[in-house]
Design a protein around this ligand. Structure first.
Ligand SMILES: Cc1cc2nc3c(=O)[nH]c(=O)nc-3n(C[C@H](O)[C@H](O)[C@H](O)COP(=O)(O)OP(=O)(O)OC[C@H]3O[C@@H](n4cnc5c(N)ncnc54)[C@H](O)[C@@H]3O)c2cc1C
Length: 424
């Protein structure tokens, strides 16, 4: 799913220094003391920005596999897919920012190995870049569905700008779209595709949408919303393969029936890009294991963002988050630790999803709740659900109710009492 292009933006060439040691053409690369960041996404960019803002003046290298400068992913399944925000509008910073801050950017380059003994990363080309401190911000990739026909043109996933370009090109000719997975990405794409006038079927293995993250009341609201927009929702339904010879013509459902379609989006979750870390002997377990400062099992190597897993005292277990909030805040904690100010990162996670004119905002993590209370009338289109465990607020799902979301972000962890959250 990841882009292998080779265009540079805001940097100094493609960065492939020849064999061991410094590359004279790149002032910053390969010097002892360099901080090297692998992954030029939300977290990688934030680490670089926070290091400079925090006074780090030394060599700083940002390596990214995609050909783009760091960009926001949330619009990919929302306004960018709909054509309302173009590629440049996604960029987190203008190209000049990286040059002005002496961030040695190399985009379109993939790191294939970490040589911890030598303190160097090895690029796909075989070139090496030495580091004194390494930060892994490699994100996630879509989970694949290894079924017959999965390689057919017309079977797609959504993670990158390149994925959206491919989907948009297909949407111009496609009419019937099957979305495998009723999570937030699948549902956001369903909403955009309906607005474009396509026929949309969502196939969900569970008995309700977004089951992993929201309560039955919230699932029911969003199922109703999609049905009102004429999305065909199929629950408790698996798929056994993709149909077609040269291109996709349909999806085979597990019950033996077939669904005709000319585009199938597989949106069944993501898996962390922790392979590089695992291959060099760092501790991983569905994510790179880090402490509250983002430090891995090697003190010279940090990690931030979607690719990490850490122990949350707040939730009493290890968690791996996939959200902009986490990418930014954990990256800040990593930069602080590199600059000598360790902190204990243990956030109140928050997240949002836009579907049609409805904004879902989630504060906290609701799994493990013993009480879920719906406040307000779902029929009105504006309500929230508060989740408690042993009398304490652990999460709030807000549907077109921004005030409850903002209050929840401050109130999570507190004993529940009147006034902690707003009235309906
Ligand atoms: C379609 C979509 C919609 C989303 N919507 C929302 C939303 O509404 N709200 C929200 O909070 N979050 C949303 N998210 C999640 C959010 O975008 C991510 O949590 C965030 O981007 C994570 O940032 P990151 O830096 O950890 O990873 P990424 O942004 O994925 O960046 C990782 C980068 O590392 C690069 N990389 C990986 N391996 C290598 C390697 N070996 N060498 C070089 N480079 C490498 C990758 O190519 C990638 O560019 C959405 C995500 C997607 C895909």
């Amino acid at each position: 799913m990841q882009d292998q292009g080779n265009r540079n933006t805001g940097g100094h060439g493609d960065g492939a220094s020849p064999a061991q040691g410094p590359d004279a053409s790149h002032a910053d690369a390969g010097r002892p003391g360099a901080i090297v960041i692998v992954g030029a996404g939300q977290a990688g960019a934030q680490v670089a920005q926070s290091l400079r803002a925090g006074g780090y003046d030394g060599p700083l290298v940002l390596l990214g596999e995609e050909p783009h400068p760091p960009y926001q992913r949330p619009p990919l399944s929302k306004k960018h897919l709909a054509g309302e925000v173009e590629t440049e509008g996604l960029h987190l910073k203008p190209a000049a920012f990286y040059a002005q801050n002496r961030i040695d950017c190399r985009f379109g380059v993939r790191v294939r190995e970490i040589d911890r003994a030598a303190g160097a990363v090895v690029l796909e080309t075989g070139a090496r870049i030495a580091y004194a401190t390494l930060v892994l911000a490699t994100g996630t990739r879509p989970r694949a569905l290894p079924l017959p026909g999965a390689e057919l043109p017309g079977v797609v996933t959504l993670r990158t700008i390149a994925d959206v370009e491919a989907i948009r090109a297909r949407l111009r000719a496609a009419n019937r779209i099957a979305i495998v997975g009723g999570g937030y990405i699948g549902l956001e794409v369903a909403a955009v595709a309906r607005a474009m006038g396509h026929k949309v079927t969502v196939i969900e293995a569970q008995d309700r949408v977004m089951k992993r993250v929201v309560s039955p009341a919230v699932s029911a609201f969003f199922a109703g919303l999609h049905r009102d927009h004429e999305v065909d929702l199929r629950f408790d339904t698996g798929i056994s393969g993709f149909l077609g010879k040269e291109a996709l013509t349909g999806v085979a459902l597990a019950d033996g029936s077939e669904l005709a379609c000319d585009l199938a989006l597989v949106a069944i979750g993501a898996q962390p890009n922790d392979d590089l870390a695992a291959a060099c002997g760092l501790e991983v377990d569905d994510g790179i294991l880090v402490d509250g400062s983002g430090r891995t099992s090697d003190p010279a190597i940090f990690a931030a963002g979607d690719c990490t897993r850490f122990l949350s005292a707040r939730y009493g277990r290890s968690i791996r988050l996939e959200s902009v909030q986490n990418a930014i805040d954990q990256a800040k904690a990593v930069a602080a630790a590199i600059l000598g100010a360790d902190e204990d990162y243990d956030p109140v996670p928050w997240f949002w999803s836009d579907q049609y004119a409805v904004k879902l905002q989630i504060a906290g993590l609701s799994d493990g709740h013993d009480t879920a209370t719906t406040v307000g009338d779902p029929e009105s289109g504006s309500f929230y659900v508060a989740y408690l465990r042993e009398g304490r607020l652990i999460a709030v799902d807000s549907i077109n109710h921004p005030r409850s979301h903002m209050m929840a972000r401050r109130a999570i962890g507190k004993p529940f009492a009147e006034g902690l959250l707003p009235p309906a």
